[in-house]
Design a protein around this ligand. Structure first.
Ligand code: C5P
Length: 242
């Protein structure tokens, strides 16, 4: 994969105008744009087509978690919207992930379009080991063991990959094999501020550990020269050993 294709730019803004201005400026330097709850809920689903029309592919980051029929139907709608990638919570269960994978594949076949990349979110990186045990009642397993087990379940249900912390990349890659897609946020080039990210990894380290895609927001969007920041990250990825 080309270095540029590995970069997913997080559009953490709340207006169509701000989002499309970033897309127009940065579409030549990144592979995809991530639309999260903030932007999707303020602009509506039309933002996906608007980004596509500006030459950008879209990762819809809404982390669906509901019964199988509801999530599968939402996946069908996102396939129609020409979304390139979207995610669900693995905690929604195997029946939900299996129904989703099937529905998305059938809808893409019906429309004659590429099947969107479906991703599972396993344990949110904001959940600590004590919370896993005390609040979620999962005991006797480390966060990493739960993450790897749910990633394997997602794979068995036809989900294409996972979103995970850079610290979980190597274990998931080992357990799930070379074809399973790994998308990782928490990325900071050595020259960038950490902001509120705590356990960070550089772009090169993330792909060397086995990530296919890295999600990056502020190191590019808050840079004084956004294009130069994106180009520096592309150069770093080109020099990485993977
Ligand atoms: O600006 P920054 O590079 O920190 O943005 C990272 C993006 O990845 C944000 O949209 C954030 O919500 C998302 N993300 C994250 N950590 C996770 C999951 C998602 O930073 N564990």
């Amino acid at each position: 994969m080309q270095a540029k294709e590995r970069i997913i730019l997080a559009l953490d803004v709340d207006s169509r105008q701000q989002a499309l201005s970033l897309v127009k400026e940065l579409a030549p330097y990144v592979g995809m744009f991530k639309v999260g709850m903030e932007l999707f809920n303020s602009t509506g689903p039309a933002i996906v087509s608007a980004i596509n029309d500006c030459g950008g592919r879209v990762f819809v980051d809404l982390k669906f978690h509901d019964i199988p029929n509801t999530v599968a139907s939402a996946g069908r709608v996102l396939t129609r919207l020409n979304c390139a990638m979207f995610n669900v919570h693995a905690a929604g269960g195997r029946a939900m992930m299996t129904a989703l994978s099937r529905e998305v594949r059938l809808e893409a076949e019906r429309l004659g379009v590429a099947v969107p990349i479906t991703l599972a979110v396993t344990v949110l990186t904001s959940i600590s080991q004590p919370e896993l045990e005390k609040d979620m009642l999962i005991s006797g397993l480390s966060v990493e063991e739960v993450v790897v087990n749910w990633a394997l379940a997602a794979k068995e249900c036809g989900i294409a990959g996972v979103v995970c912390s850079p610290h979980e990349i190597a274990a998931i890659r080992r357990a799930c094999g070379a074809d399973f897609k790994i998308v990782s946020p928490g990325i900071r080039p050595a020259w960038s501020e950490a902001h509120d990210q705590k356990r960070i990894t550089t772009p090169a380290q993330a792909v060397e550990l086995g990530a296919d895609y890295i999600v990056i927001g502020r190191p590019i969007t808050a840079a004084s020269d956004r294009v130069a920041a994106a180009q520096k990250i592309i150069e770093e990825l080109e020099a990485a050993k993977c």
